[in-house]
Structure formats: structure tokens, C-alpha cells
Design a protein around this ligand. Structure first.
Ligand code: DCP
Ligand code: MG
Length: 656
């Protein structure tokens, strides 16, 4: 959903769907000729009155409030302040420009309708028919025939069927996709041994050396690579070539499917390309960021980022501003990120043997704090915690727990460590230690050298002095993003960037754009299927509520206690659907979908409970998982009937 100002129609009048902009109505490749209003109307009609819909409305209200706040802030800016911010912005632009590197040539490859293409390859009778891979709950992708009807990834299958009644929906088979993905990776490896795979069907290949060594153009290499992939797999891909990864990704989408686009390593060509490029085309600018920039500052194209640089500096934090200005300059990652992760970190204390439990727990708290501080310093979050104990008789024991979420705070560490210790007591101990392993590297600077220079850029807001946002580190844990627990201390956040706006603008988007969040360097033979439990390769997701908050307690949990996180940064732990990390909005929609599903089940549950325990208050599942949202805290109305299928649930109000 979006503001009516952006909908281009009377969203609240006789065509309310015009202001209903979900991710489903956002065009993907192959959807240019789609009757957008028809799609909007069907999606609107099918979700109207549902919990999902209410959730969308709540999100919209939050965004609208942000827009209003930012607008009000703009109005209050004095000429003096604007010229101050212009100076800051100009300096920053000079610094960023100085980092421009035109010596590299990056190729981004993206398979066409990947899962659907694999299914068609294995079952040629599907050829030419509208096809989607997924389920009635959610589609992973749709082929180009289906896209003509507005069917797209992340859309519930029952809505897709309404848009395209002949749609064939086949269940996903990740083994197959992994197999074909491996074949493509063998091809990439011939061009760049350190190619970067960001999902099963996407990779960045540094073709600088091969172009030089073979004395061939990047265009030739692009054609050759596409042909080889076709020969090896029978599948087509689209390719973009540019001096950096951010632009290469934009380019690979231009001539989809089965096409390529080359942006030369030339400053003028880049600036011309950028001048008319809609900001939404850039990885990292999602629906909400797009609306904010457009509705507050009138920014539609990348070039306008530079024109509004003073305002960007005034309203957004250093990370966001740098990201926006980088886009305006057409800058992006050029070096292959080095992924050197620390394997573990530990802290232990020796003391006079004691069996005093309160003393032991106090020591454990001290150790947890020390470990947390060390992790914080290196920007690490871990998910395997090991407790080491040495008894008074010098017997050494270790006990470990592997968690579903990554933790770093003293409180979280202590909570889990205490459980481990409790299970061993009573015991007389002379040493205790905690070790954290299975890290998720959370410091942006660890991945992209460019980031280091950005850290020094501090916004000095005359009205806000240098006060930092009261953002807790937990709030930096979010959807697919690297986490920067130190960000709250290190950068001074405009209060207008707290909550959802922060979730929208940084650090996930920023890092996305530089391809440093989900990046891993792969070679064929690596497990890319998302099944291996390997610390270096595994980046689970944490559910983000609509305020952008997230932590282990707040994770989305379904009625079976199943928590939503992204296994290996890829697979939904609740339903097994795959969603690559770059699909920020789709992931949000997906978790919203599970939320709706859960609310629906809870509603049915409450019904039954209502009959049994009328006099006793029922602790709502929703209260457990959604700590703040007012709407979520509201007592759910009980309804008639038992279990309502999810599609009926989406339609419920119409039937009632
Ligand atoms: N995927 C998914 N859920 C989404 C989006 C994608 O499971 N919301 C999966 C299925 C896709 C694969 O990731 O086949 C690659 O995603 P792309 O966006 O590259 O989509 P396609 O390859 O299907 O289509 P194209 O790249 O041609 O637009
Ligand atoms: Mg693709």
C-alpha cells in the first residue's frame, strides 16, 4: 500500500485499489504490458478486510507518518541550514567521487525465470504455458507467459490463479535448482575463480582479467558466457556488464529474458545512464524508500539524488546519505570482498573453587558481559554458545547450545549460558568460560573496504547537536541485513530515521547495494543449496516487525512454536519457501503472510479456547511474538467456525 499521492488515482474513492500497492503490483521483468489496475483490483479484492490487509494498512500509516515528519522537517530548514548541509554534501560527493574505480569490469548474471525454466526443461509439455513454481500460499517465481497476467514471485498462489485461471502451479524442487545452479557456477568459475554467488540463480563475475588476458571485449565475454551456460544447462540467463556490481545488476535486468546490456567503463556513459534511471531499479531501493524519497523530496531518478544532496544530508544518517549519493554518482562495489571470519571468541575466568550458586551465576554474568563486549567490538553475532566448566577436581566439561537466532547481547548470552549451567548444578567449580562460535559477521566495514571511509562522516545537525538515536542494538537485527550493533554508538542517527525508516534505509539497503550482506565467495563444489549448517555460509534471518524491531523474543513464531528465520539466508524456516536475501520486500510480505496465517489460526484457537476458558484471560500468541504493535496487541475478535483456510481468510470480510 502507498499514499494516495503516489498512487496516481483517487485511492480512497470509488477505486480504492488504486492506492493499494503491495509488492505484487510492482512490475518485474516481463511485466511491462500488464494491466496494472486489474492486478491491483484483484489483489485488493482478495485481501480486503483480512488481517494481512490490516497489517498492510498499519505499515502504510507508519510510512505516511514518516513522510509527514520528514516533510515537516524540510519546511523548518532555514536557508542557513540548507547551505550548511550543501557544504557537507558537496564535500562528501568529492570524497565519494575520489573513490571511483573504473578499472574493473563486473558481470552480473541472472537466470531467466529460473525455477520455472528448470521445471520446463525437465517437463517440456509445460513449454509455452503460464507456469508458476510454488504453492497456493506463495509462488517462488512465474514464467514470462504467466507474468503477462501479473503473476509474480511472492504472490499467494490463490491470487495468482484469480489473475490467470489457466496458471499451472508446480511445487518447488530445490534439489533440481541446486543441480542446475552448480552447473552455472562451474561456468562462472572459468571466468573468475572468486566469483560471488548471491543466490542460486545470480552471480557476480569479475571479468577484468579475462578481458585483458584474452584481449576481448566485455561484450564478447558476456555473449560467450551466456552461450556456455545455455550449452551446459539448456537454460538462458541475462547478463549485465558494468564497472561495478551495483550497476552490473541494474544492467542485467534491462534486456531480460535472454539478453545482455553493457555499460562501458566511461564516466560520461555512467552519468548518462544514471541520469534517467528510476531509483527503484537500484538494488536496495525498495518500495518504501522509493516512496519516501519521492514523496518527501521529489526524487525519482538516481541523478536527482545529487540535486537534493543537501536535503538528503539534512534528513538521513551518514550511511543512508552515502548510499543515496553513491547511487547518484553511479558508484558501487568493485573489489571482491574478502570473507575472513573469525571462527570463535571466548572468555573464561579462574577462581577459588566454590559451589555457591549465586556466586557462580554472578561470575557467569561477568563472563557473559565480557564476551558480549568483545563480540560487540568486532561486530559479531553468534549462534553457538559453549559453556566450559572446570570442577574443583579439575574435570573439564563443555556444554553447547545452538540457537535459531544470532545473539550478541550480554542478556541473551547470559540467558542461554545460565540454562546450560543450571543443568550441571550442583557442582563445585574453579573455572568457567563461554565461547561463541558460528558467527554472522555483522560489521559492514569487514566486507567492503569502501565502508571504512564512510564511517568518518558525521552529520552535525545544528538542531540536534550530536545526540545519537536511542536505537538499541537489537533493533539493528533485521531482515537479511548484516547487523551493525555498533551503529547506534558510532553514528548519530536523525530521530527521523528511527523505527521503520531505519529498517528501510539502512543498513540493509545500504549493504545490499554494495553486495556485502549476503555475499559469499563460492566455488563449484561448495554447498550452495542452503542445507549445510556451516557458520561461514549461514546467515539466518530475523523476523522484523513493522516497526523494524526484531530480536529473538520478537521473532515470528507460528502456532507450533516454529520460528520464522531464513535458513542459510535462503529458506523460510516455516514453510521451506526459498527467497534470496535481495528480496527484501518479498521477504517482508512473506513473513506478513505467515503472520496472517498465524493470526488466522490463533483466531480459530481463541474460538475454541473461548468456549473452554471463558473466565480466564488467554495469552495471545500474537502478544508473544509482537511486543509493541498496538494493533497486534488488540484482542482478536472471535469468529464463528473452526479452521478457516488461508485463502478464505483473506476473503473473510466479504463473506461475513
Ligand atoms: N525466488 C523466490 N521467491 C521470490 C523471488 C525469487 O523463491 N520472491 C526464487 C525463484 C526464482 C529465483 O529465486 O526462480 C530467482 O529469482 P529472480 O528474481 O531472478 O526470478 P527469476 O529467475 O524466476 O526470474 P527473472 O530473473 O527472469 O526475472
Ligand atoms: Mg533470475
Amino acid at each position: 500500500m502507498a499514499t494516495s499521492s503516489s498512487g496516481g488515482g483517487n485511492g480512497d474513492g470509488d477505486r480504492p485499489w488504486q492506492s493499494y500497492h503491495t509488492v505484487y503490483t510492482n512490475a518485474k521483468a516481463g511485466m511491462d504490458g500488464v494491466d496494472k489496475e486489474r492486478v491491483q483490483k484483484i489483489v485488493y479484492e482478495m485481501s480486503k478486510g483480512s488481517k494481512y490487509f490490516e497489517n498492510e494498512k498499519r505499515k502504510e500509516a507508519t510510512i505516511n507518518q514518516k513522510i509527514e515528519d520528514l516533510r515537516a522537517r524540510c519546511v523548518l530548514l532555514t536557508d542557513e541550514q540548507i547551505s550548511f548541509y550543501q557544504t557537507v554534501a558537496d564535500k562528501r560527493i568529492i570524497d565519494l567521487e575520489a573513490s571511483r574505480d573504473l578499472s574493473k569490469t563486473w558481470l552480473h548474471s541472472d537466470m531467466d525465470a529460473f525455477y520455472a525454466a528448470v521445471e520446463t526443461l525437465e517437463n517440456p509439455s509445460l513449454k509455452g504455458k503460464p507456469l508458476a513454481v510454488g504453492s497456493m500460499s506463495m509462488l517462488c517465481t512465474a514464467n514470462y507467459e504467466a507474468r503477462k497476467f501479473g503473476v509474480r514471485a511472492a504472490m499467494p498462489g490463490f491470487i495468482a490463479r484469480k489473475l490467470c485461471p489457466d496458471l499451472i502451479v508446480v511445487p518447488p524442487n530445490f534439489q533440481k535448482y541446486t543441480y542446475y545452479s552448480e552447473l552455472t557456477r562451474k561456468v562462472f568459475c572459468n571466468y573468475d575463480a572468486d566469483f560471488i554467488a548471491t543466490s542460486l540463480d545470480e552471480a557476480y563475475v569479475n571479468i577484468t582479467d579475462i578481458c585483458n588476458d584474452k584481449s576481448v571485449s566485455s561484450e564478447q565475454i558476456a555473449s560467450e558466457l551466456r552461450n556456455t551456460i545455455y550449452e551446459q544447462t539448456g537454460l538462458t540467463c541475462s547478463v549485465g556488464v558494468a564497472p561495478n556490481r551495483l550497476l552490473a545488476k541494474v544492467c542485467s535486468d534491462i534486456n531480460k529474458p535472454n539478453g545482455q546490456f553493457i555499460l562501458p567503463n566511461d564516466y560520461k556513459a555512467i552519468m548518462t545512464f544514471i541520469s534517467s534511471l528510476p531509483i527503484r531499479k537500484v538494488g536496495g531501493i525498495g518500495k518504501v524508500t522509493e516512496h519516501l524519497l519521492r514523496d518527501v523530496l521529489g526524487i525519482n531518478t538516481c541523478e536527482q539524488m545529487l540535486q537534493k544532496s543537501a536535503y538528503l544530508c539534512a534528513l538521513f544518517s551518514e550511511h543512508s546519505t552515502d548510499f543515496f549519493l553513491s547511487i547518484g554518482l553511479g558508484l558501487g562495489g568493485t573489489d571482491t570482498p574478502q570473507h575472513k571470519l573469525r571462527k570463535s571468541m571466548s572468555c573464561e575466568r579462574t577462581f577459588a573453587a566454590t559451589e555457591d550458586e549465586s556466586a557462580l551465576f554472578q561470575k557467569l554474568a561477568d563472563i557473559a558481559e565480557a564476551l558480549s563486549n568483545d563480540m560487540h567490538e568486532e561486530g559479531l553475532c553468534g549462534r553457538t554458545l559453549t559453556l566450559k566448566l572446570k570442577t574443583s577436581s579439575f574435570e573439564v566439561r563443555t556444554r553447547a547450545t545452538s540457537l535459531h537466532t544470532y545473539i550478541h547481547s550480554k542478556e541473551d548470552i547470559l540467558a542461554h549460558a545460565s540454562k546450560l549451567l543450571k543443568a550441571e548444578l550442583p557442582l563445585s567449580l574453579r573455572l568457567m568460560g563461554l565461547r561463541m562460535s558460528q558467527f554472522y559477521d555483522v560489521k559492514p566495514g569487514h566486507h567492503d573496504p569502501m565502508q571504512k571511509t564512510l564511517k568518518n562522516f558525521i552529520i552535525k545537525d545544528a538542531s540536534q547537536s550530536t545526540s545519537c538515536g536511542s536505537y538499541s542494538s537489537d533493533q539493528h537485527l533485521r531482515n537479511g541485513a548484516n547487523i551493525d550493533p555498533s551503529a547506534a554508538e558510532e553514528s548519530c542517527l536523525s530521530k527521523y530515521e528511527s523505527g521503520h525508516l531505519m529498517a528501510v534505509c539502512e543498513p540493509e539497503d545500504y549493504q545490499q547495494s554494495n553486495q556485502i550482506a549476503p555475499v559469499k565467495v563460492c566455488r563449484p563444489g561448495n554447498d550452495a543449496s542452503g542445507t549445510k549448517d556451516n557458520a561461514d555460509e549461514c546467515v539466518p534471518q530475523v523476523h522484523v516487525d513493522n516497526e523494524g524491531r526484531s530480536n529473538s523474543e520478537q521473532s515470528l513464531t507460528n502456532q507450533n512454536g516454529k520460528m520464522l528465520w531464513w535458513i542459510d539466508d535462503y529458506i523460510c524456516s516455516v514453510c521451506g519457501a526459498e527467497l534470496p536475501p535481495c528480496f527484501i520486500e518479498e521477504r517482508q510480505e512473506h513473513s506478513d503472510y505467515h503472520l496472517a496465517e498465524m493470526l488466522q489460526k490463533e483466531e480459530s484457537l481463541n474460538n475454541r479456547r473461548g468456549l473452554l476458558q471463558r473466565e480466564r484471560p488467554v495469552v495471545s500468541l500474537v502478544d508473544k511474538i509482537r511486543p509493541v504493535g498496538d494493533v497486534a496487541r488488540k484482542k482478536l475478535k472471535t469468529s464463528k467456525g473452526k479452521f478457516i483456510p488461508i485463502d478464505a481468510f483473506f476473503n473473510r470480510s466479504k463473506k461475513d
